[in-house]
Design a protein around this ligand. Structure first.
Ligand code: SF4
Ligand code: SF4
Length: 465
């Protein structure tokens, strides 16, 4: 309970706001108040949709600009290809991203959830808008659901769910295009269905999942499924900026009664902040895990403050300390240590990406073989090689070995790695035994392209005593 709170609402801690005493779900009909923050979120969502739907369609030199092919472990991020050989960089990048998310959350709370999470953006800015357009505002939706089935109700429901299914189908196709690429998706759509049964099933399964999430499951994703939401209780601290109710100013709450002078705070107990909440909570009870920081209650309360001639910001972005003591944001030790870890991880990722070779070479001595002697009594070792070209241009290459008395001969001539492809083969290394001092001589093989060393590998050469 907030120190100044005049009403004990601590019962909210015993149950979920969208579940009744018998355990049945209470359907939430959030009011939509088009305040300034809602407008900003709307504008941002348009940008978001343009980026989301267009990114997998963009190609660069005939290749996807963005691809997250988890199945083949091949990723193209803004035109740069990452292969399974770059796995360590991707893992580090993901770790860095996670630390960044935690650090960001420590300072700014759940800004991500309210402004950028696909779940919130698609639900509030796409599906909810379609629902409002067809079924009316929150009150009209509630009445429609409670009314007996009529032709008009059936038509509205069929239209709404039909559009939901089409939207889910489009999102599903876009989602798949991120994984398999636009070209493969177009093939699935245009080829006879029998040629791509697996692909078509994937599209239908994704469509079903998206439809279920946005038409039925909705806020339950944030309340009971999302791991990021679950982590809030350990990440947030009193200095974190969250959507917060200023209980110092607001309490004791109470309705305005004409001609009756009252010693009340600024909260007029209109309940509008609860009615607009998509997760059904009352932010006046303090920060709760269900709060996705969507800012709807800020807009709602500001509209009430404007009507009652009170200053804006009774509900606003602020920290608990800020509200309690009027303190500004503090740079705590926890933030300092997260920043340090983030800086180190970021430097390592940048270094690895900057020094990443465009051609990755693997050389292994042929298994089960040691050495042979040729007709001139020279010693030979057989090696297998594999060159992975991470660029979208063919790369000419040759092997060079700078070791006296040692030469390299390809089994099958090959002098380039195809674009975005692999060159495999074998070569012999031959050495004059008089010049070898050891049974295992360390050798360095340079991979040279257009006169420039683009990679090198180290291997050993076996010889008799
Ligand atoms: S409490 Fe406010 S910010 Fe939090 S989810 Fe509800 S309406 Fe959104
Ligand atoms: S909208 Fe503002 S004034 Fe109305 S109940 Fe919520 S906090 Fe109080």
């Amino acid at each position: 309970l907030n120190p100044n709170q005049s009403v004990d609402t601590s019962a909210h801690r015993d149950h979920l706001s969208n579940v009744d005493k018998s355990g049945q779900r209470i359907w939430i009909y959030p009011k939509v108040i088009k305040g300034i923050l809602y407008k900003y979120r709307s504008y941002l969502s348009w940008l978001y949709f343009v980026v989301f739907f267009s990114l997998p369609l963009i190609t660069l030199y005939g290749r996807p600009f963005f691809l997250l092919n988890i199945l083949e472990r091949k990723f193209i991020i803004f035109g740069a290809a990452f292969w399974p050989q770059d796995f360590s960089i991707l893992v580090l990048a993901m770790l860095t991203f996670m630390v960044f998310i935690i650090l960001f959350t420590v300072i700014f709370g759940r800004v991500w959830c309210g402004w950028a999470c696909p779940q919130t953006v698609f639900l509030e800015m796409m599906f909810r808008k379609v629902e409002t357009l067809i079924e009316g505002n929150a009150n009209e939706q509630r009445k429609l659901d409670a009314a007996p089935w009529t032709g008009a109700k059936a038509r509205k429901k069929i239209l709404k769910h039909g559009i939901f299914l089409i939207l889910s189908f489009i999102i599903s196709n876009t989602f798949l295009a991120y994984i398999i690429g636009k070209a493969a998706l177009v093939k699935i759509i245009t080829d006879p269905p029998s040629a791509h049964i697996g692909g078509l099933i994937s599209i239908l399964v994704f469509t079903g999942v998206f439809y279920f999430v946005f038409a039925r499951f909705r806020e339950l994703v944030c309340i009971i499924v999302c791991p990021y939401g679950r982590m809030q209780s350990v990440i947030l601290d009193p200095n974190t900026v969250v959507v917060a109710y200023d209980y110092v100013r607001g309490e004791p709450r109470g309705m305005i009664k004409k001609n009756k002078p009252q010693q009340l705070g600024d909260c007029v107990d209109c309940n509008l902040c609860v009615q607009v909440c998509p997760t059904g909570i009352d932010i006046r009870n303090g920060t709760q895990m269900e709060c996705i920081n969507c800012t709807s209650c800020i807009d709602a309360c500001n509209s009430v403050m404007a009507k009652t001639n009170r200053p804006q910001g009774l509900i606003r972005y602020d920290s608990l300390s800020g509200i309690k003591n009027g303190e500004p944001l503090k740079f705590t030790n926890r933030i300092k240590s997260y920043t340090a870890v983030l800086a180190i991880l970021l430097s390592v990722v940048i270094y690895l990406i900057a020094t990443r070779s465009e051609v990755e070479t693997t050389v292994l001595r042929a298994s089960g073989m040691t050495y042979q002697r040729d007709a001139y009594n020279n010693i030979t070792n057989l090696y297998n090689f594999e060159l992975v070209n991470k660029t979208f241009e063919p790369v000419p290459f040759e092997f060079r070995i700078n070791h006296k008395g040692v030469s390299l001969r390809l089994v099958t001539p090959i002098d380039y790695v195809p674009a975005d492809g692999i060159a495999k083969g074998a070569f012999f290394i031959t050495a004059d035994p008089k010049l070898l001092t050891d049974t295992r001589t360390k050798l360095q093989i340079d991979i040279v392209s257009k006169g420039i060393i683009i990679d090198h590998v180290k291997t050993s050469f076996m010889a008799p005593h």
